[in-house]
Design a protein. Structure first.
Length: 286
């Protein structure tokens, strides 16, 4: 039986497909109306009148920005005191195509610039943009260098349990490896196959998987798990040397005894999301 998160993801994708279909139908109606402008006045009146009766000018039907695009699932700060109340992002007027630039300033070198994939992960991108606007990430530490080959950031509590008081389902999970690759695929791509998470990939991480909040992974090496759990939200386009520098910081045991905590602080001094042409924010060198 499909999980509730799977159903939620399918419903959200179906809703987006319906919205795109309505938008295409609306555009076809507009073209028919414009074609009628070259006819005689009587025909124009008839065409416009018919279109009006048919609802072609009904803003509630043609304006997709007035419709819900994303769903934010509430999370309880009383049951998880590591969560931080910052409200929720909008559900309407959200971009569903293109890219946006996320700039991460740190104490480890030049800024890391990430191209957010708005087309395949519109709600994940919107969430990062919303939290950036709330300065949610400013002066927070990346609390793990994972065994999977990624720097884990975005938790103000530094516990792995922190985030906002909402979550977002996994939008852009890569497909699992082909079963013909073997019963136990290695954590790197098999010969002839592209890695599921190439070096420079930025992905959300939730606990449990599918309940993504503010935390994200920046992969500093290729990773191809048997069961992908991290929805991809973007790719590093600048500052990969900074990520590599972070990956070389030795790790020590964290509060639970796992040797994943950086021995030297990796601090996000600022995180912003803007149009691709925006200038990156400055960062403080270590």
């Amino acid at each position: 039986m499909a999980s509730s998160k799977d159903r939620q993801r399918k419903l959200a994708r179906a809703k987006l497909d319906r919205q795109m279909a309505r938008r295409a139908a609306s555009e076809r109606r507009r073209r028919r109306i414009l074609a009628g402008l070259g006819a005689v006045v009587a025909v124009i009146v008839i065409a416009v009148g018919g279109a009006w009766i048919g609802g072609a000018f009904d803003s509630k039907k043609t304006d997709t920005t007035a419709e819900d695009i994303c769903t934010w699932t509430p999370q309880s700060a009383s049951s998880n005191t590591s969560l931080k109340e910052v409200g929720t992002p909008p559900t309407k007027g959200i971009a569903t195509s293109g890219t946006e630039a996320m700039t991460i300033g740190t104490n480890q070198g030049e800024p890391i610039v990430v191209s957010l994939d708005v087309t395949d992960a519109p709600c994940s991108s919107e969430s990062l943009k919303y939290l950036a606007g709330k300065k949610f990430y400013d002066n927070t530490d990346c609390h793990e260098i994972t065994a999977e080959g990624a720097v884990r950031c975005g938790d103000p509590s530094g516990t792995g349990q922190g985030g906002p008081t909402y979550s977002i389902y996994s939008e852009n999970l890569p497909s699992a490896p082909d079963a013909s690759a073997g019963p136990s695929p290695a954590p790197s791509a098999a010969a002839g196959q592209a890695p599921l998470y190439p070096k420079g990939t930025v992905a959300l991480i939730g606990d449990p998987p599918g309940t993504n909040g503010s935390q994200f992974l920046i992969f500093f090496k290729d990773f191809s798990p048997a069961t992908p759990e991290y929805p991809i939200v973007g790719t590093v386009t600048s500052g990969l040397d900074t990520v590599t520098k972070m990956s070389k910081i030795p790790t020590v045991a964290n509060a639970t005894g796992d040797k994943v905590k950086p021995s030297k602080k990796i601090t996000i001094t600022s995180l912003t999301v803007a149009d691709p042409g925006a200038a990156p924010a400055a960062s403080a060198d270590s």
